[in-house]
Structures are given as C-alpha cells and as structure tokens.
Design a binder for this molecule. Structure first.
Ligand SMILES: Nc1ncnc2c1ncn2[C@@H]1O[C@H](COP(=O)(O)OP(=O)(O)OP(=O)(O)O)[C@@H](O)[C@H]1O
Ligand SMILES: [Mg+2]
Length: 362
C-alpha cells in the first residue's frame, strides 16, 4: 500500500507564492496526472514530494508517514525528469544498474533485476550499446529502467516524453500506461499536455497559478469542468466560451453583439440554474458538441471564416458576431468560405459559468 497525501502544502520562492494550500490524495497503485499550464507549479510540487525542495507549510505523507524531514534518498522514490541525462560513456547495462551498484547490491541480484527490467521495457538487445547509439524512445526507456530497477515505492515523472517526436510520444505513452498497470506502482505524472493527461490517468489534477482547480477522472474533468480555466484547458481545440445572460430558468440569451442576440432554449442546450436567472453568465460549448447548417436559421447566426480538413474531420472556424467559434464537422464536409448559416449545440452540451467568478453554474 503506497498512498500519497499532500495536506495544505505551501511553497514560496522569495515573495512569490508558487504553491498555494495544495491538498491532494493519490491512492495506492493509482496513476495520477498533474496537469496545468507552464509555470503553474507542477515541477515544484513534484520536487517537494521527492524532497528536493522543502515545503514552507503543510504535510507530505507517503505510506502513512510524514516525510517532511526525511531526506530524498530515504523516501524511496524514483523520479524521471524532463531531461533524463544518461551517462554518455556507460553502456545501457551500466546506466540501468548504476543505482544498484551505488548501493553495493550483490552481483547476482543486479543481473536478475537487470534482466527483469530489460525484458519489461523491451531493451534486452540494447544492453551493450552506448546512449548515443540509441533512438530517443530507446534512451527514454533506459532512463525509465534506471528509475525502476530499485523497486521504488513511488514513481514520479516530470514531462518524460518532451524529447520525443509526436509519434513516439503516443507510442511510449501507451507503453508507460501498460507498465504502470503491470507493476502497480503508485505514479504521479506531470504534463502540460491535456491529451496526454487524459490518455494516461486514472485521475487528473488540474493546477493553475499554484492552485489546485479540480481533481477527477478524465471524463469528469472533461464533461463537468468546475470553471472556465479547466473547461478551456481540457480539449483541443478548446471550448468556445461566450458572454451571455440567463433570461429565464429555461432560456439563455447570448449577449447582443457577441452573437447577434441569439437565444437558446434550455431544453435544447442547457440546464442553467434557476438561481442565476437574470445574471450575467459565460456560455460554453465544445467544438465537437456543435454543428453548422448552411442556410440554417436556427441557433447562432454565423458565417464560415476558415475550413481546415484534418483527414478524420473538418475544423470550421465561424464568425458569429464579433466572435470566432470553432465547430468540428465530419470528414469531407465543405461549405466554402463566407457561407452563412446557424450553429446549433447538441442537447445537454451547453456549459454555463458565472460571469464574475467563472465557476460552473450548470
Ligand atoms: N528555484 C526557484 N527559484 C525561484 N523561482 C522558481 C524556482 N523554481 C521555480 N520557480 C518559479 O516557480 C514557478 C513554477 O515553476 P515550476 O517549474 O514548478 O512550473 P511548471 O508548472 O513545472 O512549468 P513547466 O510546465 O514550464 O515545466 C515559475 O514561475 C518558476 O519561475
Ligand atoms: Mg515543469
């Protein structure tokens, strides 16, 4: 059983608060991704868990033990960093077994563990090579092998795929997921790539400016984002968010000028809370939850601004009043620049946020 609990941790560098009262629990064998924009404090959080930084306030508990004052090497954590430096003059074998040799592990045990890790990572045939004779993905696996060979309690990874090209990233990501399930090591994985976070995680923790915004499984975070930040950070292209006003409990009006004053019935598009009636709101919908009908008079009046085919679908950018709105259409769709029509949003797929706090209303 390896659980990690962060209790109200705070960390400042100088006068700058980098982590603000962060509380988070990671379950035994769980794969948790820590997701957020650049500079939001992800690496700092991992470094605090690993003991490479001290926290100013709060507790870090690993395996029911408060580790705040335990030095990094006694925390039994393996960490793979963004720039996983392999030792260039050592063979793959020596790179991987280095942590064991450092601890004077008996030779036969080193050999046995090496064999296990190499088979797991499919690098058995590469053991005598030097790092520069390996591809990026192979080097990555060697770095992971070096981290895993000590049977760590906890596995921390900080954007470990950032040196890989797009195709290899997707491939390596599947392998990491399989490996983590197979080994059952509690894992915290940092990324700023929402697709990567969704693909890997049991649960995602979304951070912004040092503050935890939402924790949930990928579906929860994607389908019920707690605020505009999470809504727009999850999904690519991001959710369309427009100004609006709740006319009645069952009707949202999109702000004049923004959408030519189009209104949407609740039963068609939302579950807007009655308590917000008359209040200013922000109205959001995902590009894949909307459709555009040329010549259509229903929904939001708009015209085609850009058409981008991708093979699997066509991404339309539409001009609706002053706004540019993205809508995903099926492959092969062509309307032509300037074509006029209406955007409709699928039933139940409208997200409504408070205009000031930007927190979710419904
Ligand atoms: N040792 C340090 N001294 C001062 N400021 C620091 C230090 N380390 C990090 N910071 C600042 O803390 C903030 C958070 O940094 P951190 O590296 O945790 O971000 P991150 O979420 O990992 O970002 P990225 O996705 O770019 O890696 C940044 O504004 C950074 O400049
Ligand atoms: Mg970082």
């Amino acid at each position: 059983m390896v659980r990690v609990v962060l209790e109200n941790i705070e960390k400042s560098f100088g006068a700058l608060k980098i982590i603000d009262r962060l509380s988070l629990q990671v379950g035994d064998r769980e794969f948790l991704t820590l997701l957020g924009p650049s500079g939001c404090g992800k690496t700092t959080t991992l470094r605090c868990i690993a003991g490479l930084e001290d926290v100013d306030e709060g507790k870090i508990i690993i395996d029911d033990r408060v580790v705040n004052h335990i030095p990094p090497q006694e925390r039994d954590i393996a960490m793979v960093f963004q720039n996983y430096a392999l030792y260039p003059f050592m063979s793959v074998k020596d790179n991987i077994t280095f942590p064991l040799r450092l601890h004077k592990t008996p030779k036969d045990m080193v050999e046995r563990k090496l064999k296990g890790v190499a088979e797991l990572l499919h690098i058995s045939s590469l053991l005598s090579r030097k790092p520069k004779q390996l591809s990026g993905g192979e080097q990555q696996r060697v770095a992971i092998g070096r981290a895993l060979i000590r049977d760590p309690k906890l596995f921390l990874m900080d954007e470990p795929f950032s040196n890989l090209d797009a195709k290899l990233r997707v491939q390596t990501r599947s392998e990491i997921k399989r490996l983590q399930r197979e080994l059952g090591i509690t894992t915290i994985f940092v990324t700023h790539d929402q697709a990567e976070a969704m693909a890997l995680a049991d649960r995602i923790a979304v951070m912004d400016k040092g503050v935890l915004q939402q924790v949930g499984n990928p579906d929860q975070v994607y389908n019920a984002p707690v605020n505009v930040m999470v809504a727009q950070f999850m999904g690519s292209p991001p959710m369309n968010v427009l100004g609006g006003r709740v006319l009645r409990p069952d009707r949202v009006e999109l702000k004049d000028g923004e959408m030519g004053g189009a209104t949407m019935a609740r039963d068609e598009v939302s579950r807007a809370a009655a308590s917000a009636s008359g209040d200013n709101v922000k109205v959001g919908f995902r590009p894949e939850d909307a459709t555009f009908l040329v010549g259509g008079t229903d929904g939001i009046p708009a015209e085609v601004y850009v058409e981008e085919p991708s093979g699997t679908h066509v991404l339309l950018t539409l001009k609706a009043g002053e706004n540019l709105v993205k809508v995903v259409m099926p492959a092969g769709y062509r309307a032509g620049i300037g074509a006029k029509g209406g955007i409709s949003v699928a039933k139940g797929k409208l997200h409504v946020f408070d205009a000031q706090s930007e927190n979710r209303i419904s």
